[in-house]
Design a protein around this ligand. Sequence first.
Ligand SMILES: CC(C)(COP(=O)(O)OP(=O)(O)OC[C@H]1O[C@@H](n2cnc3c(N)ncnc32)[C@H](O)[C@@H]1OP(=O)(O)O)[C@@H](O)C(=O)NCCC(=O)NCCS
Length: 179
Amino acid sequence: MDFSQAFEGREEAVIELFTATFTASGGAEEGRLIGDLVRHQLTGTAAPDLQVFLAESGGTIIAGAISTRLTYDRDDRAVFVLGPVAVATERQGEGIGRALLTHALKALRHAGVDIAVTYGDPAYYSRVGFQPISEAFAPAPFRLQHPEGWLGQSLTEAEMTPLRGSPRCVEAFDDPVFW
Ligand SMILES: CC(C)(COP(=O)(O)OP(=O)(O)OC[C@H]1O[C@@H](n2cnc3c(N)ncnc32)[C@H](O)[C@@H]1OP(=O)(O)O)[C@@H](O)C(=O)NCCC(=O)NCCS
């Protein structure tokens, strides 16, 4: 398995991976919603605000993790949201998700990102260093439907301290349905 960030020219394959994976796990509507989200992320996000991590095997994309910037207007630390994440249904449970997330977090750190946040299952994401954070500690772009899924971690030596100001996500996430 190889890691790559080369998604340009392969957007349709990445979107198809997310659509198929989330259709299998959550049904057709969820598959469409996440497929459209990923399309919007890949085609509508300025390059400095987007990081795409892929895992490939024999030239086929088997997993992906998308990360986009979250800006706080009174805080100059670089914050990225990690998500969505998908491992091809037939390759789940082999440790690929964990390996890809570990790789993505390391790459974000090398790219100068100070803090990673995500919104998902704490039991899964705690395996790669995420811890629960409150909306007071790190305001979310919209009122969270599942505040227990709001998670963060420092990617530097510095302890994670509260994020200041109003958050602004990339346009693809600017919809309460995702929060
Ligand atoms: C969630 C997902 C990314 C995990 O990838 P994966 O490659 O299957 O996961 P790994 O093999 O690295 O880890 C598997 C371990 O995590 C556990 N696990 C998987 N999903 C979990 C979840 N939602 N909550 C808690 N544990 C979970 C498995 O039980 C397994 O545990 P074990 O190692 O003790 O046997 C993948 O299953 C997937 O794409 N699911 C559908 C889409 C999705 O839900 N994405 C995440 C939300 S954005």
